[in-house]
Ligand binder design. Sequence first.
Ligand code: F6P
Length: 321
Amino acid sequence: MAKSLAVLTSGGDAPGMNAAIRAVVRAGIYYGFKMMGVYKGYSGLLNGDVAELNLRSVSDILSRGGTILYTARSKRFMQLEYQKQAADYCRSLDIEGLVVIGGDGSFKGARALSNQGIPCVGIPGTIDNDIACSDYTIGFDTAMNTAVEMVDKIRDTAASHDRCSVVEVMGRHCGDIALQTGIAVGATAILVPEIEHDLERDVISRIYEQKDTGKKHFIVIVAEGVGGVQEISHYIQHRTGIETRATILGHVQRGGSPTLMDRLMATSMGVSAVHLLANGVGNRVVAYKNGDIVDYDITEALDMPRVFDKDLYDIALEVSI
Ligand code: F6P
């Protein structure tokens, strides 16, 4: 049987995952491997949901959001017995390496499977940009561009009515989407889970200061991890008398055609992952660091503390006055 490599997507989907799958499949075939696609994340390895992908299987997916391999969060795969079963299944198909596109949870699965003798390489694919070892995760740019487009529309109507709009963007533990989107839309206030907030100091007083200089409509961006946009909205209306509306952007941020940035990152990371596996190297995560594509041991990557960009947060505070 020809030596094979496999690829799967796991966790929440992200625009650019298809571009990464395409890069992995094309690079794998370029280096002489038979390429296999695993469907629905790690569950596919437990259910035998695997199929060969050829050069044309990945045609015309570069510009498509979502993932042609589907994705899932497999609870069963967290147990050792299923990790062993998945590794045996890979061996039965002569799969010599696996590329896992996903977030931290997916990388833990990749480490578990590497420990069972199947070399795995992770690629950061999540809109949240919450992978500590990488300055960038596939999907982040597209998600933010979608959020910016939506908030620009919300601003049009907020301006027409002299209203305040409180908008929740995605990011459970990470405020990067909120911070960068907030700067790009000129938000009056940005609330992120990494920085404790006080509504009076960080929102109400900022609205009052801007109102005093003639501003009549306001955008407040709140990360999902902070939550409570309805309550925040009621509070603003109650304290300022400004009519206030809350909007949760939700999963609209997870879809859509990937931006150039996401296509480029996905392609570079996908090819790098195949280079590692072609050289027999596994248990690594590909990352973007200081302008370069690099790779880290999975445990080292998972143990890295995530650093919030406080300088960028301070820039936001200086200009939204
Ligand atoms: O991790 C990506 C993400 O979109 C988070 O921003 C969000 O909290 C979560 O996934 C939502 O997950 P689900 O699609 O399962 O609702």
